[in-house]
Design a protein around this ligand. Structure first.
Ligand code: F6P
Length: 319
């Protein structure tokens, strides 16, 4: 393999730049030409492709977002779009592609792999909702961002004796809510993966206040509906002075943590190694602290593993 390309696709995640840097520099180390595709699959269709050099990825390891830009491409879902993409890769003699993104991005990769392009995926999403890897790039940074914001909310919540509902990201997944809820000492966590009812949540809140608690924080994963809806129900059941904070896209930005930079560097390098072994249709994952290659099919069929033990523990610790 002499020539490969890298793109980022779907929602951005802190640490994507560290992964791009690792892919570029590991490729150059092995004397492989490396190309950057801008704006994900849409840029691939539009031939928005440039060769990258060692200096192209200087000074980016600490930056959030993605220097390659990202997009969600409707056109790439069609056979015509995929044909244009393949043509642009073959015109430049690009034999291998590394896709940094979430499961939607990998489904697109499968189509390219079926048509002869060697493709390796790197899981990059703050949601941590990809089966086959213990963690995705960006999750740790997002959780740290959420924790620091919960700490700030706690200051004002306790000054005013208020209940705060904090809505965090996670389209279908409660990973951010559980990790940040446990580490941030939230009084309740509401996630799509576990049944909840407002009588229980309200009873727990009232019990806390009756013992002298001055404030409470309830973390809600966006996948359950909305923080606003949860706050309305809590107000109705308890009459407590309740406010809602939707953290939104601040969770996607910011300087990646050391863990995310480390993970991204290892995963980026592994992706290049897999292409050099002529592998294709694999996603890089971290499983029990080992960096491994997992078939895309496995990443689609298994259920994402949310840490429900941590969820249960949070109930015990936040009495
Ligand atoms: O990247 C995943 C995610 O952050 C989800 O948690 C969220 O629902 C979604 O992206 C929002 O994406 P956008 O606003 O970019 O469409």
């Amino acid at each position: 393999m002499n020539r490969i390309a890298v793109l980022t696709s779907g929602g951005d995640a802190p640490g994507m730049n560290a992964a791009i840097r690792a892919v570029v520099r590991k490729s150059i180390y092995h004397q492989i030409d490396i190309y950057g595709i801008y704006r994900g699959y849409q840029g691939l269709i539009e031939d928005d492709i440039k060769e990258l050099k060692v200096h192209s990825v200087a000074d980016i390891i600490q930056r959030g977002g993605t220097v390659l830009s990202t997009a969600r491409s409707e056109e790439f879902r069609s056979k015509e779009g995929q044909q244009k993409a393949i043509k642009n890769l073959s015109n430049r003699g690009i034999e291998g592609l590394i896709v940094i993104g979430g499961d939607g991005s990998f489904r697109g990769s499968m189509e390219l792999a079926k048509q002869g392009i060697k493709v390796i995926g790197i899981p990059g999403t703050i949601d941590n909702d990809i089966p086959g890897t213990d963690q995705t790039i960006g999750f740790d940074t997002a959780v740290n961002t959420v924790i620091s914001l919960i700490d700030k909310i706690r200051d004002t919540a306790s000054s005013h004796d208020r209940t705060f509902v904090v809505e965090v990201m996670g389209r279908h997944a409660g990973d951010i809510a559980v990790r940040a809820g446990l580490a941030g000492g939230a009084e309740s966590i509401v996630i799509p993966e576990a049944a909840y009812n407002f009588e229980d949540i309200s009873a727990r809140l009232k019990k806390g206040y009756s013992r002298g608690k001055k404030h409470s924080i309830i973390i809600v994963a966006e996948g359950v509906g909305s923080g606003e809806m949860v706050a309305e129900k809590i107000k109705k059941h308890t009459g407590l002075d309740t406010r809602v904070t939707v953290l939104g896209h601040v969770q996607r930005g910011g300087t990646p943590t050391a863990y995310d930079r480390w993970l991204a560097s290892l995963m980026g390098a592994k992706a290049v190694d897999l292409l050099l072994e002529s592998q294709s249709g694999l996603m890089v994952g971290i499983v029990n602290q080992q960096i491994v290659g997992i078939p895309f099919t496995q990443a689609f069929t298994e259920r994402p593993k949310l840490d429900l033990d941590a969820y249960e523990l949070s109930k015990i610790l936040s009495i």
